[in-house]
Design a protein around this ligand. Structure first.
Ligand code: NAI
Ligand code: MG
Length: 367
């Protein structure tokens, strides 16, 4: 099959790390089997400079037509003064909204070669491989009312509203169980049912989905605060953690720091399967931003971006063997001691963005 990719490199280091993904795509295309057709467009500050908005309608159409969007990063000090509606981040929010990407997948993986460099104890994180599944389009970030009102007595009141409907919990719970089946078959659901009505409903709906067709998967419930503690204490007890937008935002950032550098962390955002084709809309991006402080210096670590493309192979194209190859090539490159500046310890030799990308492709060739 031929898969259609839209590449949106964005700003700062975005284009530099996307260049390394293109090497991996070229390698896969030359190898035979499934191939990729790529289109490229502007997003973020680059799109604002060209069109006055963070993503053009034409690029949005391409995103809707693509099998997957591969996204670099957006933003930078150049656009700090730009209006809220057209600021670089608006491009990403528009994509998430129009593609209806309701699920955010954030793996936390500890490559053996980096276990000693982490701030945590070696045995806590060595071999860590967990997946945090965050609900992305509901909850307190979007619920109404959302306002600041003047109470007239010198006081103001800020209001955010947490809202979840059954269908929103159902679809993310289903995804959690299905992902767990491809992994170690365990789901931990986190909420705060002791103090939140949405937590009570979340718990009930997850249980219900579990009973209707997923009883082969182990399900555990945990209060989100206790979950945060367990995540730091002994993260290897988890396989898939499913949680709401707010808790997921925090817990995935905590999990991120278990494994070290921001430059290592991939992510995927998925939508519902299409009624006709069964294919999900999807966007893959590194967790980090555009790193304006190192843009143009060749210091960017391309691993998060390449691993994000690896997630596209796994979750959009069922190219599990190739996805595993990409992960193993990254691990092998690190095993050989190659380090971009963000990963380098004292005495380590430092390689550039392009050298790291080339080394990963060379490992692909070897494996
Ligand atoms: P950042 O993630 O861009 O950078 C934080 C620190 O990590 C910097 O010191 C940077 O040099 C380093 N870093 C990040 N990625 C790296 C990589 N691949 N290799 C080596 N070092 C790396 O976050 P920051 O500085 O808060 O934001 C910079 C800009 O990025 C802002 O305009 C922000 O709004 C935007 N941003 C965009 C995101 C996106 O496109 N999804 C996400 C987060 C921030
Ligand atoms: Mg966050």
């Amino acid at each position: 099959a031929t898969h259609k990719l839209l590449l949106l490199p964005g700003d700062g280091i975005g284009p530099e790390i996307m260049a390394e993904v293109k090497k991996v795509i070229a390698w896969l295309n030359a190898r035979g089997g499934d191939t990729f057709e790529t289109e490229e467009d502007l997003v973020g500050g680059a799109a604002y400079d060209a069109h006055g908005k963070a993503i053009s309608e034409e690029a949005m159409q391409k995103a809707l037509a693509a099998d997957a969007v591969i996204f670099g990063a957006v933003g930078g000090p150049k656009w700090d003064g730009v209006d809220y509606e057209v600021r670089p981040e608006a491009g990403l929010l528009r994509l998430r909204k129009d593609l209806e990407l309701f699920a955010n997948l954030r793996p936390a993986i500890c490559y053996p070669a980096l276990a000693d460099a982490s701030s945590l104890k070696h045995d806590v994180i060595e071999g860590l491989d967990i997946l945090i599944l965050r609900e992305l389009t509901g909850g307190v970030y979007f619920g109404e009312p959302k306002e600041i009102t003047d109470l007239g007595n010198g006081q103001k009141r800020g209001v955010d509203t947490q809202v979840y409907d059954t269908y929103e919990i159902e679809r993310i719970a289903k995804m959690a169980f299905e992902l767990a089946r491809t992994r170690r078959n365990k789901v931990t659901s986190m909420e705060k049912r002791n103090v939140m009505k949405t937590g009570v409903l979340w718990h009930e709906v997850v249980d219900d989905v579990h009973k209707r067709g997923y009883e082969d998967v182990e399900l555990e419930h945990m209060l989100a605060d206790a979950g945060g503690m367990q995540l730091v204490r002994w993260p290897k007890q988890f396989d898939v953690i499913v949680t709401d937008n707010l808790f997921g935002d925090m817990l995935s950032d905590v999990a991120a720091m278990l494994t070290g550098s921001l430059g290592m962390l991939p992510s995927a955002s998925l939508g519902a399967p299409d009624g006709k084709t069964g294919k999900r809309k999807a966007l893959y991006e590194p967790v980090h931003g555009s790193a304006p402080d190192i843009a143009g210096t060749g210091a960017a670590n391309p691993i998060a971006m390449i691993a994000s493309f690896g997630m596209a192979l796994r979750y959009s194209f069922e190219m599990v063997e190739e996805a595993d190859l990409v992960d193993r090539a990254i691990a092998a490159t690190l095993e050989k001691g190659l380090r971009t500046r963000d990963l380098a310890g004292q005495g380590d030799a430092v390689v550039s963005t392009a050298e790291m990308g080339d080394a990963i492709v060379a490992e692909l060739e070897n494996l």
